[in-house]
Design a protein around this ligand. Structure first.
Ligand SMILES: [Zn+2]
Length: 613
């Protein structure tokens, strides 16, 4: 090779910045303030997943957005700080570090981490300003540009400075205060917008522990590559990501059913019921509490492919062979995001993960939320159930994956066990609906509408209109019996039910009842035996909206292909709050209430042995 080629090549190598991992491992010493458990020369040996993340900090990596969400002890903040440190001598520029409060940034990010790291390393220290007054905790005038720290509520925030690097620490803690007067974009968005003058050279970075699924931090993670670290099973070589998973018949078990599933399925490793972590059944004491030392003694991680048993000793070897897998193949490669559950932290054992789950305490909500956020790096919804359009649309006959055939409004597709009329009278109008109960327990909406008043329920013209053809036959069918909500205008409803001579029955939701339904006498005036059905509103809604519509378990709720918004909006936007365990009261869910009465009726008919499903 010619001399000139050698020189040019050498020059080229010199001007290419070294890989972030190599440079950090050969140059940086972590001070005790930053790494109390393992101070000394930095190494990725015990946390090999850091390599892939750190590489994103290289100016030639093409990465413009880096989002890291992780559980306890995964080192997500350390990764970001090391990238900032790497950038001080390589491709520096004005840098903004944003956090929820300035005090927290001063102590946790400046004192304990970045400032400590700069002081401890000659290669960084030489970039400090000559005049020590210009190296402050919240404003460091480094040779390549200022590093400024801002709390989200500080006066200087949202000002118009231009930045090459913006790093948002614990981004999920950054709250967006909506003001009616002057609506503003989310502070995270505003902060990232400050890099626009450096377009093509910028780096937008954030780390966080997830909280809710709608937070911009989690949405930013979802937008990115969603990179996970897959590890090989030491026995069969199958690659999989470490997760806390409980699956039953191929479906992930909802969190409020997790612990009962643990009780049911203690011993089985691979079956229809998969649990990633298993331990000996005798760890459950007679009083229902868990013997944690026994759990730790017997715990193993189950390979999701072949059921091989994996122990804590296997973990370092598995981690050393990890592969980064993008779970979101549609993301741009300039938009990298990572999720690291605490399983990957070298000091967190399988037993620690089980302990965190089992010791969540009696408060299913808050304890489990912490486990989800801080250990699994998963968001936690404040809703136990939330019914959206997609859940309701999936109930339309013939919808993809619904396993139902199309049918039109006003036609009964196949012979039902029972056809019923259900009504929810209110001050302005009375909503009614006809539902068919099928032999397998499915409920199908046949017809619905609105009457001017509850009295019209017994109007002969209305009743005559309730005659429906049975598809494929010459038969027509009429409702045999039905249930009316008597919560509003109770005496009047009782009179109507009485006058219907066994066709309509009154009902009332009992807010104190936790379970099931009851038959009592409608106590009022001098009336013959009129039966009143009382029921647990919460339980019926759990069954209908939660189990059948959202989770698609058990018998189905089915709407005709041409269902209109009058019917469908009666079922959407139902939410159940985890904290209170109550379904939110919503307006205009009268059709939902009619459907709920149809469900109640199916339970009554089944209990009476009239129908079997
Ligand atoms: Zn295996």
């Amino acid at each position: 090779m010619s001399l000139i080629a050698d020189i040019v090549r050498g020059d080229f190598q010199f001007t290419t910045d070294p890989p972030v991992v190599d440079w950090s491992e050969s140059n940086l010493v972590l001070p005790a303030a930053m790494a109390p458990a393992s101070p000394g020369p930095f190494s990725t040996e015990r946390r090999p997943y850091m390599r892939e993340i750190l590489a994103c900090g290289h100016p030639q990596s093409g990465v413009r957005s880096l989002t890291v969400t992780g559980g306890s002890q995964t080192g997500k903040t350390t990764c970001c700080i090391l990238i900032l440190a790497y950038r001080i001598p390589h491709a520096p520029g004005p840098t903004l570090i944003l956090g929820n409060s300035e005090d927290w940034l001063r102590v946790e990010i400046s004192d304990k981490r970045l400032a400590a790291l700069i002081e401890a390393n000659h290669c960084l220290r030489i970039h400090k300003p000559f005049d020590a007054h210009n190296f402050r905790k919240l404003a460091m005038q480094m040779s390549g540009g200022f590093i400024v720290f801002e709390g989200i509520n500080s006066d200087t925030s949202t000002s118009g400075s231009t930045q090459r690097l913006v790093y948002i620490c614990e981004a999920a803690k950054i709250v967006h205060h909506e003001r009616d007067q002057a609506p503003e974009a989310h502070p995270i968005k505003l902060a990232f917008e400050r890099t626009k003058e450096f377009r093509g050279l910028e780096l937008q970075m954030m780390d966080f522990t997830p909280n809710t699924p709608n937070h911009l931090a989690w949405l930013t993670y979802l937008r990115g590559t969603q990179t996970h670290f897959h590890v090989p099973c030491p026995h069969c070589g199958h690659f999989f990501p470490f997760e806390f998973e409980i699956r039953k018949n191929g479906e992930t078990v909802p969190e409020d059913e997790m612990e009962t599933t643990l009780e049911e399925e203690q011993e089985r490793a691979v079956s229809d019921h998969y649990r990633s972590l298993v331990w000996s059944p005798d760890a459950r004491r007679a009083d229902g509490s868990w013997d944690i030392p026994r759990v730790r003694e017997t715990i193993r991680y189950i390979c999701p492919k072949n059921g091989c048993e994996i122990h804590d000793d296997d973990k370092p070897g598995m981690l050393s062979k990890l592969q980064a897998v993008h779970h979101n193949p549609n993301a741009l490669l300039s938009d990298r995001s990572f999720r690291i559950p605490s399983f990957y932290a070298p000091k967190v054992s399988f037993g620690d993960m089980a302990k965190e789950f089992l010791e969540k305490g009696d408060l299913l909500t808050t304890g489990l939320q912490n486990f989800y956020n801080s250990w699994l790096a998963l968001p936690w919804s404040i809703y136990a159930f939330k019914i959206g359009d997609k859940h309701v649309n999936a109930c339309i006959a013939g919808a993809e994956g619904g396993g139902t055939d199309k049918y039109a409004r006003g036609v009964i597709p196949t012979r039902p066990l029972h056809l019923g009329l259900y009504a929810d009278p209110g001050e302005r109008a009375t909503d009614w609906a006809v539902w068919a109960l099928m032999p397998n327990g499915d409920l199908m909406a046949i017809q619905w509408g609105r009457l001017a008043s509850e009295k019209a329920l017994l109007d002969p013209d209305f009743l005559r209109s309730l005659r429906f053809p049975l598809a494929g036959t010459m038969d027509t069918m009429v409702p045999i019996s039905g249930i009316v909500d008597s919560g509003w205008n109770t005496e009047e409803i009782y009179d109507i039910c009485q006058a219907s001579r066994g066709f309509l029955w009154p009902s009332k939701g009992d807010p104190t009842a936790k379970r099931g339904w009851n038959v009592t006498r409608a106590a009022s005036r001098n009336r013959d035996e009129l039966e009143l059905y009382t029921y647990s509103d919460t339980e019926l809604k759990d069954e209908m909206y939660g189990r059948r519509i959202q989770r698609r378990r058990g018998p189905r709720i089915i709407f005709p292909t041409d269902a209109d918004s009058h019917l469908l909006t009666g079922f959407t936007n139902q939410t159940k709050d985890r904290q209170t365990g109550r379904w939110k009261e919503i307006l205009n869910d009268h059709q939902g209430d009619c459907g709920k009465l149809a469900l109640l009726h199916s339970q009554i008919l089944r209990a009476g042995g009239i129908v079997k499903f």
